[in-house]
Design a protein. Structure first.
Lengths: 317, 288
């Protein structure tokens, strides 16, 4: 408001003191609420959670889930629709999943269940870190150096449309054992998503930031460190979100082809051995673990991009 | 007013008359030779040291091209530009090197959104290696306090209003003791009330530092209010159409706007500016 108040006096001569008075107001407390600024991130998280619980969002979400499971229940167990004849219903899956003595051998009380989860997660972690470690630097250089891009990008663009599944035979031929081919396939999909988004992130940076930095005396590598890397970060994290999604996608494909452990192999062996409830347990577990990995990346992104979180949160606080 | 720092301030205003820019026969052609678009056409004028020179012209007339050549973002096709008798660009070296002696304040603002305001302000000296980190932060702190920006040092540019952002950006520029500030329509996106505050704040900064200012705008009132010298440009290709020395005494404040003198300058120039605006408009129509 101070600016408007000042505007009314525009015609009149303005004294120094008035000017500094205006500054004092609009540069300090009014713009930033000191109370929320000093909040710790934990308190902020609690605050957000309580806001979330007060909003209708969690309840709408529950209704959504209820409708979905309700339809599944009706279709399989009540109406017994023809297409759903072979499909296990939610009651059967749930009792199996929570059973201390599961009929088909897999439930939350069986250690083997966690072994499958662990094996899959480990493969994802290795592939994801490899893909990030190689994809982010590659993307940064692709976006930063036009010359480098001219060498590399055409090859990259030709390789990228090849689906990871098409690599299966080569992966088995190239790598020994059952573990490395699966990791390789998982890596491949992640890598393209990360590198491409990172490159787009660099290209999205407003040229005036780079100019401003060079005006202020930053050398080329300083521009890279202080402008290019943080400027591309929002796109990089979008890329990582996509990357972890496609990682699960190709992991399961890889596990279905080779490997005796992992959630993909659970689904595949359950199919061949006609243990249908286990297929659903495998699928739901994939959904949950996949969601957790992608939420973890989102949290890490929020943490690393405080400036963005604060900007976006301004309206909500 | 014989305070402790008075002598040093006087020193600055008399000795530190630096930052004079001389533009000689500058030509900038975009695109392939011969077939390109002429943006700047044999431009010659001076930006006197220690003064505010405002360049006025219709949008897209090529005045930013000229600024970019001084800053070192673009090359010239021919001609030369001098800063205090030192050649920035000219025959044999058509592109100047960007550097902290000529700092640009951009049209849409270029504070780095991922750095806090004080990190932004301290950025220049740290990059140049001219100060240690702690010295830079100390100076940044005191300069921000001087400008009434103490309260926002640790927040991010995205959390403050655009008017305050501009002020932080000017402080960031002044941190480097530039010879000349190049302002590229810095207040274009602001509403007119905020603008009026910003104008007086800019003048206040100028009276304190006596840094040479090269200011681009399409707003004639802004130009006459701020400038010692107003250069009215023709529309693309741009060339000085009229150069006026505004002899309204400094320090100025908003009461100047209602004086007869100011009106007289407005009358003298508005016809020329309007003529160019119409030309620019017609050219725009033809292009489409």
């Amino acid at each position: 408001m101070p600016l408007k108040r000042h505007g009314a006096q525009t015609g009149a001569a303005m004294t120094e003191s008035k000017l500094s008075e205006i500054r004092g107001i609009d540069s300090g407390q009014e713009l930033i609420d000191e109370g929320t600024r000093s909040m710790t991130s934990w308190a902020l998280a609690m605050h957000r959670t309580s806001l979330w619980l007060q909003s209708p969002r969690p309840y709408l979400m529950l209704i959504g889930f209820a409708c979905f499971i309700g339809f599944w229940y009706l279709a399989v167990e009540v109406w017994k629709l023809p297409r759903f004849a072979e499909m296990p219903g939610p009651t059967q899956v749930l009792t199996e999943w929570l059973s201390r003595d599961p009929v088909y051998g897999l439930s939350i009380f069986v250690p083997e269940y966690y072994l499958h989860i662990w094996v899959s997660t480990r493969r994802i972690a290795i592939a994801f870190f490899l893909a990030t470690g190689i994809g982010v630097p590659l993307g940064l250089f692709l976006g930063w150096s036009p010359r480098f891009k001219q060498y590399v990008f055409p090859v990259f663009e030709l390789m990228r449309p090849i689906p990871p599944l098409a690599w299966v035979p080569l992966a088995i031929v190239m790598f020994r054992g059952s573990e490395t081919p699966v990791i390789f396939l998982t890596f491949l999909a992640s890598f393209y998503a990360t590198a491409l988004n990172t490159m787009l992130g660099v290209e999205s940076i407003d040229a005036s930031y780079i100019r401003a930095a060079s005006c202020l005396g930053a050398k080329r590598w300083q521009v890279f460190r202080h402008i290019i890397v943080p400027g591309a970060l929002p796109f990089i994290f979008t890329g990582l979100q996509i990357s972890v999604g496609v990682a699960w996608f190709s992991l399961v494909a890889g596990e279905m082809v080779s490997g005796q452990y992992g959630l993909g192999s659970v689904i595949n062996t359950s199919y061949t051995m006609v243990r249908y409830p286990m297929i659903i347990i495998g699928m739901v577990t994939l959904g949950i673990v996949g969601y957790i990995t992608s939420a973890a990346i989102r949290l890490l992104g929020d943490y690393m991009m405080q400036w963005r979180t604060r900007e976006l949160a301004l309206g909500e606080r | 007013m014989e305070t402790g720092n008075a002598p040093s301030q006087r020193d600055r205003s008399t000795i530190a008359r630096k930052g004079g820019v001389r533009i000689i026969d500058a030509v900038k052609m975009y695109g392939a030779q011969g077939a390109g678009v002429l943006a700047v056409d044999h431009c010659t004028f001076d930006v006197p040291a220690g003064e505010i020179t405002v360049v006025v012209g219709p949008s897209g007339c090529g005045k930013t091209t000229l600024l970019n050549a001084i800053a070192g973002f673009h090359s010239l096709s021919s001609g030369s530009i001098y800063l205090d008798d030192e050649m920035l660009c000219g025959p044999g070296k058509l592109k100047a090197e960007p550097g902290p002696d000529r700092i640009v304040v951009f049209q849409n603002g270029a504070l780095f959104p991922w750095k806090t305001n004080i990190d932004n302000v301290a950025f220049g000296p740290i990059m140049q290696g001219s100060m240690s980190r702690s010295e830079a932060y100390e100076k940044a702190q005191s300069m921000m306090a001087d400008a009434g920006l103490r309260g926002i040092a640790d927040s991010y540019p995205g959390e403050i209003s655009s008017g305050v952002r501009r002020r932080v950006e000017i402080v960031r520029a002044l941190m480097n003791d530039p010879k000349i500030l190049l302002l590229d329509e810095p207040y274009r996106a602001l509403d007119s009330l905020t603008k009026s505050v910003m104008h007086e704040a800019l003048l206040e900064i100028f009276y304190k530092n006596r840094v040479t200012i090269f200011f681009i705008t399409h707003d004639l009132e802004e130009a006459i209010f701020l400038g010692h010298r107003v250069v009215i440009m023709t529309t693309r290709p741009c060339r000085p159409k009229k150069i006026l020395d505004i002899d309204i005494p400094h320090p100025r404040d908003y009461s100047v706007l209602t004086t007869k003198r100011f009106r007289a300058f407005m009358e003298e120039t508005s016809a020329a500016v309007h003529e160019e605006a119409i030309k620019a408009f017609d050219a725009g129509e033809k292009e489409r």
